[in-house]
Design a protein around this ligand. Structure first.
Ligand code: TZP
Ligand code: MG
Length: 333
């Protein structure tokens, strides 16, 4: 008897938590309007006896006032709601359901829509911060210097993003470097992208992963990534960039713009292709390949949102000064 009373109060606390988290989602998932209405109707169908709108709002302010993007907190709240109502279902004795199967199936669909929407909004906001110099660090092209050291200098020089590209290292070495770079980029307010390795991007919670035409397809990569993590692709043709966008790429890189020694077997895709791509996709467009201080102006004029460079920074004697100079030239053009 005592056990059952205890379980009931425990279950009731979970029900109250679902109620509160749904109200929180109403405050962060503000569009489209249909989602808010659906959330409200789900919430109002919950038997939450202790709910207090005033107390909830106060609690939300405490959380959202801490500087974390409320959309990210919203994604976490969606997960919590789903796990909590599933647990309530499992712990409730047969025939005594608190949340009906109709309610849970409706809730599941609404939460899917919310995570889609919040994830897309977050990815778009992150991609919008590709607005300057995006630096690829690669241990094979850093003049023997550790990638973390080169990246630290690029960040001090104002890089908006760092990509870790390592085609030859042991996976654990790549993982360790990725972990460190993720922390450094988060601290600097820059985007961190892992080249090729979707698993490593997922493990270190990188901002995203960069995929070539013959790498894991975006759709498959997405199943390993969180909703908030980006995918970007390499493209040499306008059609490839269009296909990338319709497959869900959050940004497209176009190149090689100019001759490069950093990557073997690149296909040329000059400034004209860059202009065509910029005129035909809605996602940010990043120029790549052989970009340096002499030609970065052409890239900026052609409308690239960002210039992605490896050797112009990673092989410079002073990667910080090189990044700063490229950034100024790019933004001035
Ligand atoms: N993809 C197309 S060109 C290229 C990659 C990774 C190399 C970019 O390096 P660099 O040194 O800036 O030419
Ligand atoms: Mg690749």
């Amino acid at each position: 008897m005592a056990e059952s009373a205890q379980r009931n109060s425990y279950l009731q606390a979970q029900v109250e938590a679902v109620h509160r988290n749904l109200r929180f989602l109403e405050t962060v998932a503000t569009s489209p309007i249909g989602i808010v209405t659906d959330l409200k109707s789900l919430r109002e169908a919950i038997p939450a006896e202790l709910a207090s709108e005033e107390r909830d709002r106060q609690a939300f302010q405490d959380v959202t006032g801490r500087g974390k993007d409320p959309r990210r907190t919203g994604l976490e709240a969606s997960d919590v709601v789903r796990q909590t109502f599933e647990m309530i279902g499992k712990l409730t004795p047969e025939g005594e359901s608190i949340l009906s199967s109709d309610w849970t199936s409706r809730a599941s669909k609404v939460l899917d829509r919310i995570t889609d929407r919040l994830g897309r909004d977050i990815r778009q906001a992150v991609a919008a911060s590709f607005d300057g110099i995006y630096v690829i660090v690669d241990p094979e092209h850093s003049n023997g210097r550790p990638v973390v050291e080169v990246a630290a200098k690029a960040l001090s020089g104002g890089a908006c993003a760092i990509q870790l590209r390592d085609k030859t290292g042991e996976r654990r070495t790549v993982l360790d470097a990725a972990q460190k770079l993720q922390e450094m980029c988060a601290e600097a307010g820059a985007v961190f992208i892992v080249n090729d390795w979707v698993d490593i991007a997922a493990l270190v919670n990188a901002d995203g992963v960069h995929l070539g035409q013959n790498d894991i397809p975006i759709g498959r990569a997405r199943t390993l990534l969180s909703e908030a993590q980006l995918t970007g692709t390499s493209n040499a043709l306008q059609q490839e960039a269009l296909d990338s966008e319709s497959d869900g790429a959050d940004y497209v890189a176009v190149g090689a713009m100019f001759a490069t020694d950093t990557k073997q077997d690149t296909r040329p895709a000059g400034v004209e292709t860059l202009k065509q791509v910029k005129g035909s996709v809605g996602v940010p467009v990043i120029a790549i390949g052989g970009i340096n201080a002499d030609n970065i102006g052409q890239i900026a004029y052609a409308g690239a949102d960002s210039a992605c460079v490896a050797s112009a920074v990673t092989k410079a004697d002073d990667p910080e000064a090189a990044t700063r100079q490229l950034d100024e030239l790019f933004k001035r053009a």
